[in-house]
Design a protein around this ligand. Structure first.
Ligand code: PEP
Length: 251
């Protein structure tokens, strides 16, 4: 039985002071989530990772939004796995569509980053999804298939047990245009079938999230789908009331 997972992606939002306020306000929520067998977390900016870790309930998952695949070196503007580990951060978003679009994050780069994370017993949240043009051209499954196959190439079933996959159609991120639950389930089911082909029965343990304009009002419908185990939520995770609504609507 896969535990439900609710993860907020704060993107480039919140100062450390704002992140601290949210972290303190989220303490009861995190306990409520755990009493109901739900994992809950947020992905703050690098500068707020330690603040959230220190001020939220220890059960709160605190994820970085990116990491470099090298441990150290001449990579201006980057941070590494040992730097995250120093603060007890062991979850990382990989291949978010905004990074794929603005930072040339290829499937190969995602693969290299996930290889380092998995070797360090950390949890990658691997984001996949098609653009609007690809959706309209009927290429969704082709795109998602290459993202999964190239991103996860050569990993073992034992390694990918820890992996989380997030299906986020790019055309629905921050646009208010949701993928219907039928589309979301169809693609998430397809992703699980590829994971099954690549890794066997471990595929049943891998959590697959849907992301794209998820809100308190629609989250329950997504989580009622057999292959959707949770949500990766941007805008609606920024305010504590709405974050709380996301959780209480899936209890
Ligand atoms: C995201 O950033 O991963 C996301 C899904 O954003 P939003 O919920 O705002 O569409």
């Amino acid at each position: 039985m896969r535990r439900k997972l609710l993860l907020g992606n704060w993107k480039m939002n919140k100062t450390s002071a704002e992140a601290k306020e949210f972290a303190l306000a989220s303490r009861d929520l995190v306990n409520l989530a755990h009493q109901n067998n739900i994992d809950i977390g947020v992905a703050p900016t690098y500068l707020s990772l330690a603040t959230v870790k220190e001020n939220a309930d220890p059960k709160m998952i605190v994820a970085a939004q990116n990491v470099h695949f090298m441990d150290h070196g001449a990579y201006t503007g980057e941070i590494s796995v040992p730097m995250l580990q120093e603060f007890g951060i062991d979850w990382v978003l990989i291949g978010h569509s905004e990074r794929r679009a603005y930072d040339n994050e290829t499937n190969q780069k995602c693969h290299d980053k996930m290889a380092v994370l998995l070797a360090n017993n950390m949890v990658p949240v691997y984001c996949v999804g098609e653009t609007l043009a690809q959706f309209e051209a009927g290429q969704t499954k082709e795109v998602v298939s290459s993202q999964i196959r190239e991103g996860l190439a050569d990993f073992t079933p034992e390694q990918v047990k820890r992996l989380v996959v997030a299906y986020e159609p790019v055309w629905s991120i921050g646009t208010g245009k949701n993928a219907s639950t039928e589309i979301a389930q169809d693609v998430c089911g397809y992703i699980r079938s590829i994971l099954r082909e690549l890794f066997g029965e471990v595929a049943e343990e891998i959590r697959i999230l849907y992301g794209g304009s998820v809100k308190p009002e629609n989250i329950k419908a997504y989580l009622s789908c057999p292959d959707i185990d949770g949500g990766l939520v941007g805008g609606a995770s920024l305010k504590i009331d709405s974050y709380s609504g996301l959780l209480t609507n899936i209890l």
